[in-house]
Design a protein around this ligand. Structure first.
Ligand code: ADP
Ligand code: MG
Length: 502
């Protein structure tokens, strides 16, 4: 696989009263594994079901119920690890993370603290063509989701919905490698793109299938480079964790205001408390939720109900062999094979459906022209009408048909756009529409010459002027195109006019 060349972005600098500050950001992305049943029970994971209808006895933590691991979920975690170029741990183990909360019937969450299933990996976070941040992944572990408390249904009471209880999550933890709010948002976007390519998580942030905890600290310029030399966390600033972010826009805003808050405190001679905070998008501020708990607060211990998880390298290899082509590789291939810009390749590989559509159009045709049409005409139109590529009114075959007619010279690019419009609205086979509606381009030089003569005869003054100033010839081209309803071959028209003007 070829990799596109890139340079790393400069860190964001925030000027303070005492000098320049820099940001250090690390993320924990919670991604719900796409699986029909939960991590340790057979209950359905379907979103939007009647409250408390997807709850098995295991999820409700009835006495004596035992968890049984869902093999499909393990496979998805391994796939995700491989997609993030990470080390797969053949031995992993489940631990109980103990805490009390009304939405947690067991009184503990089954997680993987000491031996996660996936170890160190990395992901390339694209900022702009040729600029990317390589962010190291620390680990991915599997854990159960909690239920949901509902506080707004009754003035006196709160309710709990256990449908989400026990649903399988992957927690993808980054190293503190991001240096601007935008990099953090793009990191989440890239993780979402990769899990969607892999099919291991639907990445739907509105439905809560993906959310991120954002860790932010600030330090003076130069500190971070020293940190990277020896991994000494003590020289970094104290971090705050902003919980449950579910939009890229809010991630950027939250980091911005959290960094400013920390800088103001530090410049005032104060110190930062390590704590968990919530972002309030209405007020544009982060608020303290609780002081940060340490691992020992949770009384972690190995879950006695589950054996350690041991998987075979052969199984991992098999999963690896079945991985699809991932975004970075696809993008590099599009640039190499179709001669398109990295920017266009990025747009066309944003999701699998777009890439597949494009490749179907480009097959056996000019790749650059196909890219222009897919990006400018099709995507532009889909966006405007709120369609997605999978419900495009124009199929790849139909768009390809339009491009063939243009390539053959049967229609001009301009008529091609009219044809696009017709196919978009009424469907049909492009070549047949062109026949039926008489849209074919006139390339018959005799007919075109007659039109040129007509226009010239009617405008002798313009002819004289154009003979002096050749760039006025364009006016005649416009007139002839108008007279022929846009059907004259513009190249032929141009040639004839230039010849006649001498
Ligand atoms: P916890 O579960 O206590 O939040 P984790 O190890 O799961 O701890 O996650 C810690 C996250 O915080 C990681 O993404 C890590 O990169 C990040 N992080 C650690 N120290 C800092 C720091 N000083 N500034 C910013 N981010 C940090
Ligand atoms: Mg955390």
């Amino acid at each position: 696989m070829t990799e596109l060349a890139y340079t790393e972005p400069k860190p964001k600098i925030i000027a303070g009263a005492t000098g320049d500050w820099e940001l250090v950001i690390g993320l924990e992305v919670h991604a719900q594994i796409s699986s029909n049943s939960k991590l340790f029970s057979g209950a359905s994971t379907k979103f939007g079901a009647e409250p408390n209808s997807n709850v098995s006895l295991v999820d409700a933590a009835m006495p004596g119920m035992l968890p049984v691991i869902n093999e499909y979920c393990i496979e998805q975690a391994v796939r995700t690890g491989l997609g993030l170029k990470a080390k797969i741990n053949l031995y992993s183990r489940f631990d109980r993370k103990n805490y009390f909360y009304p939405d947690l019937p067991q009184g503990y969450q089954i997680s993987q603290l000491y031996h996660p299933i996936v170890g160190e990996g990395e992901v390339l976070v694209d900022m702009e063509p040729g600029v990317a941040r390589r962010v190291r992944i620390e680990r991915i572990h599997m854990e159960q989701d909690a239920g949901k408390s509902v506080h707004d249904m009754d003035p006196e009471m709160s309710f709990v919905d256990f449908n989400r209880t026990g649903v399988a999550l992957m927690e993808i933890v980054s190293r503190p490698d991001m240096r601007s709010p935008e990099e953090a948002a793009e990191f989440v976007r890239k993780i979402r793109q990769i899990v969607r390519y892999l099919g291991t998580c639907d990445g739907n942030m509105q439905e809560g299938s993906m959310r991120a905890d954002v860790n932010v600290s600030v330090c003076k310029a130069g500190t971070y480079e020293k940190f990277r030399e020896n991994d000494d966390f003590s020289i970094l600033g104290t971090r705050c964790e902003i919980k449950n972010m579910n939009s890229m826009r809010f991630i950027v805003q939250a980091i911005d205001c959290e960094a400013k808050r920390q800088i103001a405190i530090l410049e005032d001679g104060g110190s930062i408390n390590q704590e968990t905070r919530l972002y309030d998008p209405v007020k544009g501020e982060t608020r303290s939720m609780r002081s940060k708990e340490e691992a020992h607060d949770y009384r972690y211990f190995p879950c006695p109900d589950l054996l350690p998880l041991e998987i075979d390298q052969a199984w991992v290899d098999e999963i690896e062999a079945g991985l699809p082509e991932l975004p970075d590789a696809k993008k590099a291939r599009f640039v190499a094979d179709f001669g398109m810009t990295e920017y266009d390749a990025g747009v066309l590989t944003a999701d699998v459906a777009s890439a597949e559509y494009y490749e179907a159009v480009a097959k056996g045709r000019d790749g650059k022209t196909a890219a222009n049409w897919v990006i400018n005409e099709l995507f532009g139109r889909l966006n405007k009408e709120g369609h997605s590529i999978s419900d495009s009114p124009i199929s790849a075959d139909q768009l390809g048909g339009i491009l063939d007619l243009i390539a053959k010279g049967d229609i001009s690019g301009k008529i091609g756009k009219d044809l696009f419009e017709i196919v978009w609205n009424d469907g049909g086979i492009p070549a047949e529409i062109v026949e039926a509606k008489g849209m074919k381009q006139v390339t018959d030089t005799g007919a075109i010459e007659a039109e040129v003569d007509k226009v010239m005869a009617a405008n002798p003054d313009k002819v004289a002027a154009a003979k002096e100033k050749p760039n006025l010839a364009g006016w005649f081209v416009g007139q002839v195109m108008k007279a022929t309803g846009g059907k004259a071959n513009p190249k032929v028209v141009n040639e004839i006019i230039r010849k006649k003007l001498g």
